[in-house]
Design a protein around this ligand. Structure first.
Ligand code: UN1
Length: 495
């Protein structure tokens, strides 16, 4: 059942002004057409920004607790529709059902967190240096937020951005990835059902080059929140500089798991399999390097390759499937090209390496879970983000060397160390340069109420999640209230 989907602008479903459309297909079976979506352009963005700008003047005056009530309703509806959304998400982007359920759950958690935040959004009061004068700093909404999101967490990531934006009193123009427009449309459906006023959230489908650039360069958009590649993040940063927009970037990663000689190897094995091949390796937090101490290296590599070869690929809607397809052909080709690069660089292919074949895989973008051993930190497969089921294994001698290798990357999102020695664990927490560090747990699986983001070229210093994202979506306003009835001069009258 192919359906035609539309943009949502000013509370109404509309086609792209040009009338153009694009197709969205199931990556596990390209004969399954999920739907057609508007291929929008600058003129559609302009209309959405106008709607959001008009809506902002009313929405900013709605008390934050009332905005929070709306968030709670949104969360309740997502709970009710969780299974339906998860199934459509698997169909649209391929990851297995348990994971798409988790993705929706992350959205639910974010909605309820935002509901509570409506009754906090704390400001600060501080004493004034003068008598009969009151000083405080309050959070105020900023305006229209441009939200540009990837396909790998098509519900969680949009909600990380849209819910705090809206709870804080901003309005939104949202461009979802063109690989996952259906899940994004379902999010809009949920917000509509909850009663979001017209113009507060607008969705404009289409490509990054047209819709994304129009959003980033629009003079009437005040802030941009983007998750995607480092390369595009840099372009966004440059483009947004023209109008000095506030920009939050969550970009690439080259995350590593360290396994020390004293680790619980079975636990570390479950961790790396989940971290590297969960979501087909298509998470910005995915484990793409495994750094193993020499005393357990050979044994652990043997355990790992044996298990990796047994992972069951298939349609994520089938209960037996453990690993779904790559999201599209180009992603599958990228993975293939890195396999070739790894071989040429002299790494040893110990598992996978090819496009996956077999019953049920004929019409999808499947790639075998792949492991390279003997990887040197200088190799491209140890440095560049692949965003697929490829793991590079590096052998090290000491904790110091392990941390040195882990930090030897331009990225700094997530990291993990498996050890039973608390001293080593705390030294690693201190010395690893990433925004997130796990001890005895894989690099994936951040919880919605903690700061999420990375250092170095993974981002530009902002954090999503928890309380920290509200710093991005609000502006501090300092307020001085003089009730002395006379002119008081700061810095002068008391000194
Ligand atoms: C991402 O890969 O872009 O921490 C987000 C995790 C998930 C979110 C991943 N909660 O793995």
């Amino acid at each position: 059942m192919a359906t035609k989907f539309q943009n949502f602008i000013n509370g109404r479903w509309v086609d792209a002004k040009s009338g153009r459309t694009f197709e969205n297909r199931n990556p596990a079976n390209w004969n399954d057409l999920v739907g057609t979506f508007p291929k929008s352009g600058k003129e559609d963005v302009d209309e959405a920004v106008n709607a959001a700008r008009t809506a902002f003047e009313k929405w900013r005056l709605v008390p934050a607790p009332a905005r929070g009530d709306l968030m709670r309703k949104i969360g309740d509806i997502m709970v009710r529709r969780k299974e339906e959304i998860a199934r459509e998400m698997t169909r649209e982007m391929g990851k297995v059902l348990a994971e798409t359920r988790g993705d929706v759950q992350e959205g639910i958690d974010t909605a309820y967190y935002a509901a509570g935040e409506g009754r906090r959004l704390f400001g600060k009061t501080v004493p004034s240096e003068l008598r009969n004068k009151f000083a405080m700093a309050i959070r105020v909404p900023i305006g229209v937020a441009g939200i540009i999101t990837p396909w790998n967490f098509p519900m969680a990531i949009p909600t990380w951005k849209i819910f705090p934006a809206v709870l804080s009193g901003n309005t939104v123009v949202f461009k979802p990835a063109s690989d996952t427009p259906k899940t994004a449309t379902m999010l809009i459906d949920v917000m509509m059902e909850a009663g979001i006023p017209e113009g507060v959230v607008n969705i404009v489908h289409g490509g990054g080059g047209e819709v994304g650039n129009a959003i980033v360069s629009h003079p009437d958009i005040d802030l941009i929140s983007f998750t995607g590649s480092t390369e595009i993040g840099k372009n966004i940063s440059r483009m947004a500089a023209e109008t000095l927009k506030r920009v939050s970037l969550e970009l690439g990663g080259k995350n590593a798991q360290i396994v020390m000689d004293d680790a619980d190897l079975d636990l570390a094995l479950d961790g790396v399999l989940w971290g590297a091949f969960g979501t087909t390796g298509q998470r910005c937090t995915a484990t793409s390097r495994l750094i193993v101490q020499e005393g357990v290296h050979d044994k652990f590599l043997g355990m790992l390759t044996e298990r990796a070869k047994k992972l069951r690929l298939g349609d994520g809607l089938l209960p037996a499937t453990e690993v779904g397809p790559c999201v599209n052909q180009s992603q599958q080709q990228t993975v293939q090209s890195y396999v070739e690069i790894g071989k040429k660089e002299g790494a040893t292919l110990v598992a996978g390496g090819g496009i996956a074949k077999g019953a049920g895989l004929e019409n999808g973008w499947f790639h075998e879970p792949t492991i390279f051993a003997g990887v040197k930190p200088s190799m491209r497969i140890a440095k560049e983000e692949i965003f697929g089921p490829v793991l590079s294994v590096v052998r090290i001698k000491t904790l110091e060397e392990a941390i040195g290798v882990l930090n030897d990357t331009i990225y700094g999102l997530s990291s993990s160390i498996y050890t039973r020695d608390v001293n080593k664990a705390f030294a690693a927490i201190r010395d690893i340069k990433t925004g997130i560090t796990y001890v005895n747990a894989p690099t994936i699986g951040a919880e919605a109420h903690l700061p999420f983001g990375g250092v170095k070229q993974t981002g530009n210093g902002h954090r999503e999640g928890g309380w920290t994202v509200y710093d991005f979506f609000t502006e501090w306003k300092a307020v001085y209230f003089d009730y002395s009835g006379s002119l008081q001069r700061a810095q002068i009258d008391n000194y």
